[in-house]
Every structure is written in C-alpha cells, then in structure tokens.
Design a protein around this ligand. Structure first.
Ligand SMILES: Cc1ncc(COP(=O)(O)O)c(C=O)c1O
Length: 331
C-alpha cells in the first residue's frame, strides 16, 4: 500500500481549487458546469464515494508518467450515447498501452449505468480513467500492480443556440504531439498547450497541422467541405478516431453526402467552403472563422445544417424520452 506523502501546509480547499481553475480568464469550456459538485458521487477502485474524497497515490503512474487512458461518454436523458462504440475504443486504448482491462465489458457497462443513476442531471458526461496503478517509480511496467479505475460525472450543458447559430472560432497551431494520437491517452500536454493558445487568442479551438497535414482539433475532429464532399483525416496514428467518425459516416450516407477520408493540406483548409468540428462535448458545430478570417461566408453552411439536424434526430432515436437507465451490479 502506498501512502500519500505529506504534510501539506495551508492546503487550499477543494472548492477553492475548482473555482479558481474555472475562473481563469477564457479558460472555461461552456459544455461543463462552472463548478463540479464535490459531493457528487464518483467511483474509485471498486467504491462509490464523494468526488472530494476520491484520492490516489502520488506514485500513481497516471500522475508520474501519464501512463493511462480515458474516455468521455455523453449521456442524454440518462442514457449513454453510442456506449458500445466508447467501450470498444476504451478496450482498444487499453490494448494499445498493454494494460489488461481491470473490468470485463459487462462490468464497464454496469459501472457506467450506476454512475449515471447516482447523479442529479439527465444530461451528463461520464469520465472514465484507467492508469497502470501505483508502484515504485520506474519506467518499465511494474509487476502485479492493480490498475487505478476512476469514474466521475458532470452535468452536460449542450452547445447553445448561439454556438449553433454563429459557429466557433479557431486558430491553426503546429501539431507537436507524439505519434500515437490514435490512443485516447491521458498524456494530453500537446493538446493542452494548443487549446490554451486558442483560448488566449479568443478562439474556441486549435486546429492542428503536422508537416502540412491538418490532423484534428486539440479536443475534436475536424471536417472540411471541399467541392461538396465532406473530407476527414484518415483513420491512422496521427489523430484520434472520435466516436463521431462512424456516426458522421452514417449521417452523411443517409443524407446523400459524399465523404472521403484522406490527408488534408493547408490549402484544403483555406479553400474549404465549410469547416465542421465534432466531439462528445461539442457534438457537431461549424467553425466559422480561422485565424480571424471567415470560413466561406462566415456563417454555418448547408452541409452543417443538414448534418446537425441528422445529429439531433439520432440523439432522439438513440436516447428517447421516457427511458430509464438500468441499474446493474458491478462485480
Ligand atoms: C484529440 C481529440 N480528437 C478527437 C476527439 C473527438 O472524439 P469524440 O468524438 O470521441 O469525442 C477528441 C475528444 O475529446 C479529442 O480529444
């Protein structure tokens, strides 16, 4: 058992930490509530406890090495949206970092439903994080260490009518991340620095460019409309395959829109008539200005409108009103 090494003098309260983090200028993402409820129920290593009581060791390899992965699952009306796809990606990420899944698929599903049922909100985000656990600091994998499993929920404030109607602003930034961006790893420093640059310039998102290729956003996938074709980055190691990839493919096909996955150049970005952004938190939004220049006519365009309507419809179909999530037991 590894102890947290203390003591910490004049330790700031949990609330002041959370509040200060959120009151930094521009640093607020409107998908999340302004404060996290410290009393909300989280899950840590087999137990449901208040978020403020969830503590891990300073020797946790997630803390020391970012040796872990995560998932963010949107929940509408208490039903996880596209959960099977999130579960498949979670398992894929664990396999990619050679970490044996600490729960089986049925138990992951049960855990997610239990977290949902314990929150006050109908629309939520479930955050799941698994690290290789706490051990003596050494780069190579430790033997016989229990992975850390953490889950929490927050209220999901869906993109506003203003965001839908006006679109978002982005800047372009050099993609300085590692070469396994396909893994949903907690090693997000490159993404953090890029997003911060965007925020400091009054933009919502940073569009990342590696060796002339537009890969993705700091926390989103980027779609270009070029000659009436929706163009996304190929499924490869340079970008995370968002859960919205498969969804957008289906929605595009259903609405008669051609879709192509190929590397996109800076000049593709410059000539795109529309730029769209997708993620669990932003769902699907138009990017209407890049580096302070309008995209197309500076308004969300017809492809966005079509796909956005289809996205709303699929939420209705997948997470209909009047359903309740089932409580199942976690082993
Ligand atoms: C780097 C990156 N790419 C893409 C996405 C979109 O993935 P998803 O649609 O699964 O939210 C995210 C989501 O956070 C992300 O962080």
């Amino acid at each position: 058992m590894v102890e947290i090494i203390g003591p910490l003098t004049a330790r700031p309260s949990y609330r002041s930490l959370v509040m200060n983090a959120y009151f930094l200028p521009h640093a607020f993402d409107s998908s999340f509530p302004e404060t996290l409820d410290p009393k909300s129920l989280a899950y840590l290593n087999g137990q449901f406890i208040a978020l403020e009581d969830a503590k891990i060791s300073v020797l946790d390899r997630g803390f020391l090495f970012a040796d872990g992965i995560y998932e963010v699952v949107p929940v509408y009306r208490r039903q996880p949206f596209l959960w099977e796809s999130h579960l498949r990606r979670l398992v894929r990420s664990l396999n990619a970092i050679e970490l044996t899944s600490p729960l089986n698929e049925a138990d992951w599903t049960a855990l997610v439903h239990q977290i949902i049922d314990r929150q006050a909100f109908d629309n939520q985000f479930i955050y799941l994080q698994i690290t290789r656990g706490a051990a003596r600091r050494d780069h190579a994998f430790p033997q016989k260490v229990r992975p850390t499993v953490f889950a929490m929920a927050s209220e999901f404030i869906r993109p506003s009518q203003t965001d839908r109607g006006n679109g978002l602003k982005a800047i372009t930034v050099n993609d300085e991340r590692w070469l396994r961006c396909d893994i949903k790893s907690v090693a997000l420093l490159g993404n953090v620095l890029a997003r911060q640059k965007a925020v400091e310039q009054g933009a919502h998102e940073a569009i990342l460019i590696r060796d002339g290729v537009v890969t993705e956003g700091a926390a989103s996938n980027i779609w270009l409309v070029i000659d009436d074709v929706l163009v996304g980055h190929p499924r490869d190691n340079l970008a995370l395959e968002g859960i919205r990839y498969g969804l957008i493919e289906t929605l595009a096909e259903n609405s008669g829109l051609k879709l192509s996955l190929r590397p996109r150049s800076q000049s593709d970005l410059d000539r795109a008539s529309e730029v769209l952004l997708s993620s669990a938190t932003k769902e699907l939004l138009a990017v209407c200005a890049i580096n302070q220049k309008p995209v197309g006519n500076g308004q969300p365009g017809p492809v966005f409108q079509r796909l956005r309507a289809a996205y709303d419809q699929i939420i209705e179909t997948e997470c209909p009103a009047g359903q309740v999530s089932k409580i199942a037991s976690v082993a």
